[in-house]
Write a protein that binds this ligand. Structure first.
Ligand code: AHR
Length: 490
């Protein structure tokens, strides 16, 4: 069979929301301390932020960053991270069993997001805390009146409001691992009341309610129904989380996990639509896939980390080529569901299951997954097109028909460009792909591949990085196990 990608500019899925390619920084491991913030680092700026890390985050152009958790947020007192640093408490942090020094909090992090050109997406604690503390934080961040928490912000040196628009109503509250986990009914009630109070404090904010922590949760489905029935009219998005791994060392199956992500999104969207109809709501519920990535490499090493240390090297997955291909497939899946998924957060950004790695006091480098993420950020803006790809398939795990070539295409009218993204899942063979697109001339073809799927990048050597690809007469050669970006001028 000839591999053909049929592209029709009139067949749009949706405009892609720029926030689809967001990220996430949690108070966990060395994400903040040693990653984003290290006052003694040679590149540190006047606020203690690492200049080398900030430069890579700027290079990526991350639009939105979720903060401060994650599991961390469910035990967090936000006031701990405000005001005079000398007076901030050290706390036992129960989610990750470390010591939190609170040197960085919302005061500092909002400053950092401005410096790197990102919007802040704030999560509130609906574990140990509730609606009142959540609305207090909204007032602290966004308040403009002469009232207690807005005044507290001003006294801390921030005359202007932070203007945080996007808020998560807790984190993974369906999970038993969560500090003060709740059942669906308990969560839904707390989320509704928090949502009302937060929006009464600032009616310009948008809210994300917790969906399921992953598609295999025993409560998946009923959780969404309960939360939506209670909160539909007061929230703007429902969240999804999912992490993927290759513990059985079955690359063909691992590369197919984007099909699971696709099914998960479609199932959640269907539940939303059913509850929308049941409630007679006019507005479609949109989705926030605010934690997704590959996460499994560090599971064993994390068991060795002693408890109650400060910023230990937790969740430091070292990513290889196959992980980069999976991240590429997952990014394409988000693009192809851009009509429902408006916000996406690659979890996470620095050191903790991250595209950017640092040494304390030392170097910074780009992990393999950095590159597909960078390319989506650079070229994945515009309208996601409903393309059709003819190619052979293979069977893997529960999937009978996994396409050897995963594709997505985005039309950017402003630039006059159509960008094709493609992963060749064939581990042995290069595959030719003919792109059927009228009046198109090639700008460039970028390839990311390497000799072995296990090749990694380190501070000393980068094995997985972009190189020019081969496209002639509309036919691109997709090397075995490769990520491809093919840009056309139209
Ligand atoms: O990103 C790491 C953790 O994964 C987050 O804290 C949590 O929300 C999820 O389980």
């Amino acid at each position: 069979m000839e591999n053909v990608l049929h592209i029709d500019l009139n067949k749009a899925i949706s405009e892609i929301d720029d926030r689809l390619y967001g990220s996430f920084v949690e108070h966990l491991g060395r994400a903040v301390y040693g990653g984003v913030y290290e006052p003694t680092h040679p590149t540190a700026d006047e606020d203690g932020f690492r200049g080398d890390t900030a430069a890579l985050v700027r290079e990526l152009g991350v639009p939105v960053i979720r903060y401060p958790g994650g599991n961390f947020v469910s035990g967090y007192r936000w006031e701990d991270g405000t005001g005079d640093k000398a007076k901030r408490p050290r706390r036992m942090e129960l989610a990750w069993q470390t010591i939190e020094t609170n040197e960085v909090g919302v005061d500092e992090f909002q400053k950092w997001t401005r410096k790197v050109g990102a919007e802040l997406m704030m999560a509130v604690n609906l574990g140990t805390r509730g609606p009142e503390e959540a609305r207090d934080l909204v007032e602290y961040c966004n308040g403009t009146l002469d009232t207690h928490f807005a005044e507290m912000r001003r006294n801390n040196g921030f005359e202007e409001p932070f203007g945080v628009k996007l808020w998560c109503l807790g984190n993974e509250m369906d999970g038993e691992w969560q500090i003060c986990h709740k059942d669906a009914r308990e969560y839904a009630r707390a989320a509704r009341e928090a949502a009302k109070m937060m929006k009464w404090t600032d009616d310009s904010i948008e809210l994300v309610a917790c969906g399921s922590s992953h598609a295999n949760m025993p409560t998946f489905g009923t959780w969404e129904e309960t939360v939506l029935r209670e909160c539909y009219d007061v929230v703007d998005y429902l969240s999804l989380h999912s992490y993927y791994g290759n513990p059985d060392n079955d690359t063909a199956k691992f590369l197919a996990c984007s099909l699971d992500m696709d099914a998960f999104i479609k199932q959640v969207a269907a539940i939303c639509d059913r509850i929308q109809a049941e409630l007679g709501q006019e507005r479609k519920m949109m989705l926030s896939f605010d934690e997704w990535n590959v996460w499994f490499h560090s599971n064993e090493q994390d068991k060795e980390i002693p408890k109650w240390s400060i910023a230990p090297p937790q969740l430091e997955d070292v990513y290889n080529l196959e992980d980069a291909l999976v991240v590429g497939c997952l990014l394409m899946t988000l693009m192809k569901n851009a009509d429902r998924v408006k916000i996406g957060c690659l979890a996470q950004l620095v050191n903790v299951i991250a595209p950017i790695m640092t040494e304390n006091g030392g170097r910074v480098w780009r992990q393999t997954i950095y590159y597909p993420y960078l390319h989506a950020l650079q070229y994945g803006h515009g309208v996601a097109l409903d393309v059709k790809c003819d190619c052979e398939t293979y069977a893997a795990g529960e999937h009978a028909r996994v396409p050897y070539i995963e594709t997505a295409a985005v039309y950017n009218a402003e630039r006059g460009e159509v960008v094709v993204f493609a992963v060749n899942r064939d581990l042995e063979n290069a595959l030719p792909l003919r792109v059927e697109l009228e009046n198109a001339s090639l700008i460039e073809h970028i390839v990311v591949t390497s000799e072995h799927v296990t090749d990694i990048n380190t501070a000393d050597e980068e094995k997985v990085f972009p190189t020019p690809g081969k496209t002639e007469n509309g036919v691109s050669v997709l090397p075995p196990k490769s990520w491809n970006v093919i840009r056309y001028k139209i």
